[in-house]
Design a binder for this molecule. Structure first.
Ligand code: FAD
Ligand code: DLZ
Ligand code: SF4
Length: 507
């Protein structure tokens, strides 16, 4: 019988489970560029170009390997614009007995596929995505019966299971599971930060950039600085360069931010991990080799590995454990619409301006910018979770709902009431000032607490805690802050709330 194997834009891995079932002589592979996928949220121009170019390169690789690939381009006349209708169209044109696919990464797409078998009257086989190191069932098993789902404990299980950085079955390398306390160095302006890896644009990417400019000119983001690897070979080069040049300081400066230094000592591999050009274990192993060769310290390798086998897998586990209801959560009842400056960077808050303009330029911002600047602001300004989720899904080239949603709803907005984070990641300007040099070029004063010149984070922080008191007071990790607030004199409290209300009303 003849199978139609559908490969999604984030399944660009030769060893993906669906392809392993393929008989290259008989079966058909289908990949498609779809208006619906590009426009259901209006993705960043650079993200669309990256994914389309990587898809086109991957389909080329498949053809070279002898597979029979049907690749539907965005501007193909017959292109219906969505997965179901493309599959239906191919089924009408060719004699297909069965549809086979590796489960899509997003609930939105998976729940649609559940209806296909009936509509098409053909067998639709959905295979597990074994590119992740922890299966959905394994995560459910780990989560069952637990009151709290803390990443740290999940991570330790993963370390043991994968036998990574272990001295024996039970004990972690160096005696500690986590070296985060070493990983909070303030930025040092004399740091020699390596240049990022920039992949040369080839004719395929050039064509795609033109296509995006023609079709999606009104989408957010710039397209002038295309730097992405679009093949596995080039993605491996990005990884190698990271391990060689940046990993050594990955831990030390993990939380540091410097104006006009978007890349810092991060790895910039999330794009490739998430679309399938790199595998998590090969990234982990590359860092372990550097550690074995004594080129990088333990706090760097441990920190890096924790992000990949810990955070990344944990976030995906939470997504599948909690969907579809997770998407609707709004524990704090926040309803403010996203301010316009998220789209144009036109704000006087220098930290936000920097992070937004870098996002616009690169479809990338590093973790602490997403968390402690953009995320912290979204939390304190009580922005509507669905607006914030949509923004993050649009603007980052590594964003797919499975990874974006738990980070936004759980990690930054506390909209899940504490599934992912044990307390809201709220902070005043002092934190941003400690970890960055943004405040030096800001028209607000980070040391002022109230009034027009004061750093908005300072009064928004207390205003937020005060307003959400009924929901947060019982949390032991926040209780101390309420005692500090209660000790403040009444005049200062009134000033704080007045400043916050004035600022928020102008948003
Ligand atoms: P590095 O700092 O070098 O980290 C190495 C790798 O660890 C990353 O490539 C990534 O695969 C993984 N990782 C680290 N932290 C996380 C995390 N919290 N969740 C999942 N994986 C993690 N990451 C995405 O891949 N897609 C997203 O849409 C996304 N949205 C985010 C939204 C918010 C509000 C926050 C706070 C974080 C988000 N992250 C997301 C996580 C993290 O910020 C990015 O993975 C990281 O910035 C990517 O850059 P890098 O490859 O240089 O990461
Ligand atoms: C993100 C994205 C975009 C912008 N375009 C496509 C596309 O045209 N075709 C495709 O197969 N995939 C695309 N993707 C990635 C999909 O959103 C991703 O495959 C889903 O998240 C699968 O659940
Ligand atoms: Fe941001 Fe406040 Fe610093 Fe300005 S002073 S950069 S608003 S933290």
């Amino acid at each position: 019988s003849t199978k139609l194997i559908l490969i999604f834009g984030d399944q660009l891995s030769l060893n993906i489970s669906s392809l392993q079932t393929a008989n290259p002589k008989k079966d058909m592979i289908l990949m498609c560029e779809l208006r619906n996928e590009v426009e259901y949220v209006k993705h960043h121009k650079m993200k669309i170009a990256f994914i389309f170019s990587a898809m086109r390169h991957f389909s080329g690789t498949l053809s070279t390997k002898g597979y029979n690939v049907t690749y539907i381009r965005l501007d193909d006349k017959e292109n219906t614009g969505n997965f179901y209708h493309e599959v239906e169209r191919i089924c009408k044109l060719s004699s297909i007995d069965e549809i086979v696919l590796t489960e899509p990464s997003e609930y939105r797409v998976l729940s649609d596929i559940w209806t296909w078998q009936k509509k098409l009257n053909k067998t639709v086989t959905i295979l597990e995505d074994d590119r992740f190191l922890c299966s959905k069932d394994e995560f459910k098993f780990w989560a069952s019966g637990k009151k709290q789902l803390r990443m740290e404990f999940f991570y330790r299980e993963m370390r043991k299971k994968l036998d990574v950085l272990m001295t024996d079955k039970a004990n972690p390398e160096g005696g500690k599971w986590n070296y985060d306390s070493d990983n909070r160095k303030s930025p040092n302006l004399n740091l020699d930060i390596p240049n990022p890896h920039i992949t040369k644009i080839d004719s395929i990417t050039e064509e795609v950039i033109e296509l995006v400019n023609e079709n999606f000119a009104d989408h957010f983001g710039k397209l002038e600085n295309f730097y992405f690897a679009v093949t596995r070979l080039d993605a491996l080069k990005v990884l190698a360069q990271f391990v060689e040049e940046r990993l050594v300081y990955f831990g030390d400066y993990q939380d540091a931010m410097i104006e006009n230094e978007p890349w810092m000592f991060h790895s910039h591999i999330s794009f490739y991990l998430n679309c399938g050009l790199l595998t998590p274990l090969e990234c982990v192993n590359a860092s372990l080799v550097a550690y074995a060769d004594k080129k990088v310290p333990l706090n760097a390798v441990e920190g890096f590995i924790r992000q990949i086998i810990g955070w990344r897998e944990y976030i995906r586990g939470i997504y599948w454990l909690k969907m579809p209801s997770y998407k609707e959560l709004n524990f704090l009842g926040s309803t403010r619409k996203l301010p316009k400056f998220f789209w144009d960077g036109n704000t006087n808050l220098n930290c936000l301006k920097q992070c937004i303009s870098e996002t616009e330029k690169h479809a990338y911002a590093h973790h602490i910018q997403r968390l402690m600047v953009l995320g912290n602001f979204s939390l304190l300004a009580e922005l509507d979770p669905s607006d914030v989720n949509e923004w993050y899904l649009i603007v980052y080239a590594d964003a797919y709902e499975w990874v974006e949603l738990p980070n936004v709803t759980g990690m930054i907005l506390f909209a899940d009431g504490g599934v992912v984070a044990s307390k809201p990641y709220a902070a005043g300007g002092a934190y941003i000032n400690k970890m960055s040099n943004y405040c030096k070029n800001c028209c607000y004063s980070v040391t002022k607490k109230t009034g027009d010149k004061a750093c908005p984070f300072n009064y928004l922080y207390w205003n937020f805690l005060n307003k959400k008191r009924p929901l947060l007071e019982k949390n032991p990790r926040v209780a101390m802050m309420y005692r500090t607030w209660d000790r403040m004199d009444e005049e200062k409290k009134t000033e704080t709330i007045k400043s916050a209300e004035k600022f928020l009303n102008l948003l």
